[in-house]
Structures are given as structure tokens and as C-alpha cells.
Design a protein around this ligand. Sequence first.
Ligand SMILES: Nc1ncnc2c1ncn2[C@@H]1O[C@H](COP(=O)(O)OP(=O)(O)OP(=O)(O)O)[C@@H](O)[C@H]1O
Length: 506
Amino acid sequence: MANPLLSLRGISKSYGQIHANRQIDLDVAAGSIHAILGENGAGKSTLMKLIYGVEQPDSGTVAWNGQSLSLASPAEARRAGIGMVFQHFSLFESLTVVENIRLIVSGKKSELAERVRKLGREFSLEVDPFAHVHSLSVGERQRVELIRCLMTDPKLLILDEPTSVLPPQAVEKLFETLRRLRDGGVSILFISHKLEEIQSLCDRATILRGGRVTGHVDPRAHDAHELARMMIGRDMPEPMPPLPLAEGEKRLELIGLDYRVDPFAVPLSNVSLAVRAGEILGIAGISGNGQSELAALISGETVLPRDQCEQIFMMGRDVGTLDAAARRRLGFAFVPEDRLGRGAVPEMSLALNSLLTAHPLDLVRHGLLDKTRAKSFTSECIRDYDVRTPGPEAEAGSLSGGNLQKFIVGREIMLAPKLLFLAQPTWGVDIGAAAAIRKRLISLRNEGMAILIISEELEELFELCDFIQVLHHGTLSPPLVTRDTKPEEIGRYMIGAQPNREKAPA
Ligand SMILES: Nc1ncnc2c1ncn2[C@@H]1O[C@H](COP(=O)(O)OP(=O)(O)OP(=O)(O)O)[C@@H](O)[C@H]1O
């Protein structure tokens, strides 16, 4: 490659016994979009953090435009012209969008707000510059990160799984933006688990496995199957065929639910749905349309006022005023979309994280923690859900994003709930593990579990769900029978089209 923009030679990084990166060589050409591929824990995020100066390599060299460069901090990386959008966002929740931007980009608030609006319009990354970050959905937070990064005018932009929280239309828009940036001379390092995306967007791909480079390829010269094999080193699990619908009893029912969680939140209006034993209902929609508000009301994180009754039923009981723990006691389990904030405590071991929700399974006895049981529960979860980690004592925060997600999904399924609710179940999970999780969900459905899924990935909903409802501006479409529905139809509801088909009355 003639004069690469960025050149890494022999880069290694270990965390204790774990060799996250081993002897990595990588050249990124100027004006190219370069994919980094690999299964969960392969070392992709670590490598990107080394390039952005968040972490320091144990050995190896970095050259930037042919000159040797030491990246001691993100500020230095930004000065050189390197920008990064993280998988787990780095925004301060109590500040507004524009205040967060000012931490990195200098300027008056009003000018910065104007630039945010302009970039938002230009790149379809609309966000209110004066909104508080805590009131934004995951998708909206990502927009803020991306805008903030673009405002530093980078020559190399690192995107760690940028599409995992975007709806399909926004992914295409983002790709147009990235292609435009590339054509303007910006290089992009792009991490994604979605092979079709990599093939549609990227000129080059570097594959990592177990911290080592296993190949540099042109992603368009290989089909998705070959790329998957190179990445995960084996064939994908076969999908699980769903059995005919069982018409079981209703395990979750919302009846005309009206609620506004707080003044910044999307108000939910007249939301009705039902999930029966032995079926999977999916909720599609673009993030920011009320998904987090709905999730909080179903999980019990938000409880209804006492005078608002008969709107949320679980296992036949009116649970609107019950807290999360009381709902869990009825046989409800929940995987939240925010795995580090709500799903797990990063500073605690996996074994202690198991206790957060699995304590009713005799992990605590007479008020005392039963360490042996907590460990064996956690080891079982690690084994059955292929969580790549040294063991139950590892801190949750040390796991790669996808591995932590596998752990949380596994922990909740192991509770054997009657009703399982998952928000973005395979977010950041590699394709092999995502296929395994989907297979598991379908087999649980076949065994009679009632499952509710919120996902922005239409393909995932089409693969898993018996019915799909679409959330738009806090209102829910009628249930659509998945096998009789086309993705475009869901797309119409996503932008607020009128209902024209309904599930047979429950
Ligand atoms: N701060 C840390 N402390 C201990 N181990 C870590 C730390 N950060 C990463 N690791 C380990 O390094 C390995 C590589 O992790 P990394 O996050 O780079 O993987 P990844 O390829 O980005 O995975 P994913 O697709 O799940 O995001 C993993 O085994 C992970 O557990």
C-alpha cells in the first residue's frame, strides 16, 4: 500500500493473563473505509482504544503519515486528526448535548448549537442541542457522539459498532455520510458484526481472532458465509424452526396504557398489546419513539400511580403499581438495552452480578450469600452462553461488550421465567453467538415461554417473532402476523402510516 495514513507494527496489549492484542500489523490507506472483523472478545475495541490513545500498547510502533507517533491520550489523538465514537458512550448524562460537545470542541453555546443542527440536517443525525443526555435514547446518544466527533474535523474516524442501535433507514443514511467523508479524504475504521454492511461499505477488512490478525481481505471478494467462517472459525448454527402457535394464556397484557414518564420523555398513548405463552411478540420502531419509556413501565422501573389501574397485567395480575422486584417474583425476567447501566454493575464480579437478579434461586440463604452456588450458577451461564472470560470472578466491566451481553441474556433465561422481556437482545453480539441466542429463544418459545422483544433490527424481529407491533411517537400499531407481513409494511408504520391489517382478536 502506497503511503498508508496509519501504520501499526507489532502492537501487543495484555490485561493480566489476557492477551487482548498480539503482534498486530495493520495499514489503513488514506481515503478508505476499513473494516475490523472478529467475534466477541477478539480484540477489536482494544485495538481501537490503542489507536485513539485511551490505552497504551505494551509493545509495537505506530506511524501516522509515515512519521512515528506516540498516542499518549485521546486529546493527542484528536490533535493528530483521529476521532472515535465508542460502543459504550462517553457522554455526561446530567449535561445537555451542547455542554457535552463543549467538553471537546471550543466555541459559544449558541454557535455550537447551530453547528449541531446543521450537521444534523446534513447527515440525518437530528438531535435537540439543548436536550439533557439522560433524556435521550441510546440511538440519540449515538448521534450526539457522532456529531461531536465530526465537529473535530478528523482525518481518521473510528466507529465501534455504530449501526447496532440505528434503524435501517438511518444505517443507509449513515453509510452515505461515511462514503461522502471518505470521498472527501477521511479514512474510516469501522467495526461491525453485520457482514452485509461491511460488504456494502468497506474497501478493506482485517480479521482478528483471539487477539491476532488472521487475514487482510477485500470483503467484496468473499461471500458472507466465507467471512463468517474466517471470523468465528466454524459454521453458523442452523436456525430453529418454530412450532405452530400454541394459543396459550396471556402472560402480559397492556390495555390502553397512557403515561408520560417525565416531561422530557415520549408520552405513551393508548398502548395495547398481549403476549401469550408460547409466542414471541416483537416491537419494532426507530429508537426515541417511546421504547425506553415502554420498557421502564413493563419492567417496573417506572410504576403507575395508584389511581391508574387495570392497564398492565402480568400472569393475570394487575401489576401497574408493583415494583420491579415484585414483578420478577411473579415469573418475569428482563434484559435491558443498557447493559452497563442497568443490566450489570461493571465494578462487580460476574458472580455478584448473577445475584442481582438470580438471588431467588437459592443463591442467598438466611440473608447470607451462598458463594458456592453463586459461582456454579455463573459458571453454568458462562459455559452455556459461550461467555469468553476467565471465570465467575472476572469483573463485569472487563468483558468485551458482546460477551457481557451474552452473560446478561443467559442469566435472565436461566431464571426460567414465564415471561421474558428483552430489549435489543443481540446488541453487539457476534453473528455466531447471536444465531445461538435466537435459536435458544425460539426453543424457549416452543416450550411455552412468553417472550417480548424490543429491537431495531428488523431482520432479527422477522426471524424470531410470531407477531410484530410498531412503536411510533408513543403509539403502537396493531399486531401484524409476521409471516404475512413484508418489511416495507413495517417500515411504513415506523414513519407513522395508518394501520390496515390486524391480528385476529385475542
Ligand atoms: N479493561 C480490561 N480489563 C481486563 N480485560 C479486558 C479489558 N478490556 C478488554 N479486556 C479483554 O480483552 C479481550 C478483548 O476485548 P475487546 O473488548 O477488545 O474485544 P472485542 O473484539 O471488541 O469484542 P466485542 O465484539 O464483544 O466488543 C477480551 O477477552 C476482554 O475481556
